[in-house]
Design a protein. Structure first.
Length: 235
């Protein structure tokens, strides 16, 4: 790839495909004009290269505003699909638009904010749309260790590191948790247990680091074997 071509961020291809499909559906359903295939491809490429950096920037700006609720990728996905359904499903070709785009966007926003907590309440545990991003990259001494005993916060913001025992999992946070200031080091005690690994030791310990005030926990992997360290919303 030429040096002048920017690298795609993680998730950029998926975002480009979804954006292209949604834009083409909305335009073609309007009945007044059609979006050609080359235009659809151009929209997808632009969304893939520009969309992810824009989302990362917007996420940082959103997180820096204390009174705004935190939005996860899963919640954003739910909201986007609900908005697309509202904008497209009730429309007919050649007929006036029944659902204004601003109404579809509002319905999507309500779904983004309301569906994850509703799923949590119905199931009695936190669902993946509610999990916060971990900050495992902010640690030294935690990753790559079979029995980690010391951990250091290498980021410039406080984090909470949790060690979940085999008996602990979502919706309960790790009982053994420690909050570290930037540069601070702490000891954690795995005892004689070893970290969860597949296939030899799927029910072992799990260690995860979270932003404050999110709470470290763990949940079974999608495959049902082993556990993923996750960050629960502040409770």
């Amino acid at each position: 790839m030429p040096e002048w071509v920017p690298e795609l961020m993680e998730g950029a291809v998926f975002l480009g495909i979804v954006t292209a499909v949604v834009v083409r559906a909305v335009v073609n359903r309007s009945g007044t004009r059609r979006l050609p295939l080359w235009g659809t491809a151009l929209v997808g490429v632009a969304a893939a290269w520009i969309g992810m950096p824009a989302l990362v920037w917007a996420q940082g700006l959103w997180r820096a505003t204390p009174w705004l609720p935190e939005i996860t990728g899963g919640a954003l996905f739910i909201g986007a699909w609900v908005a697309m359904i509202a904008a497209v499903f009730f429309e007919q070709k050649g007929a006036p638009r029944r659902v204004p785009l601003w109404v579809a966007a509002g319905v999507g926003a309500l779904a983004m904010l309301g569906v994850p907590p509703l799923l949590d309440a119905v199931t009695g545990s936190y669902q993946r749309a509610s999990f916060r991003s971990d900050v495992n990259h902010c640690t030294r001494g935690m990753l790559g260790q079979v029995q980690p005993r010391e951990v250091t916060n290498t980021c410039d913001f406080p984090i909470t590191v949790g060690l979940c025992l085999p008996t602990e999992q979502n919706p309960d946070p790790c009982a053994q948790s420690v909050t570290l200031a930037p540069g601070e080091q702490a000891r954690i005690d795995p005892g004689s247990a070893r970290l969860s690994s597949v296939p030899s030791n799927p029910a072992g310990l799990t260690v995860v680091a979270c932003r404050v005030p999110h709470r470290p926990s763990r949940t079974p992997k999608v495959t049902g074997r082993g556990f993923d360290g996750v960050c629960l919303p502040a409770g």
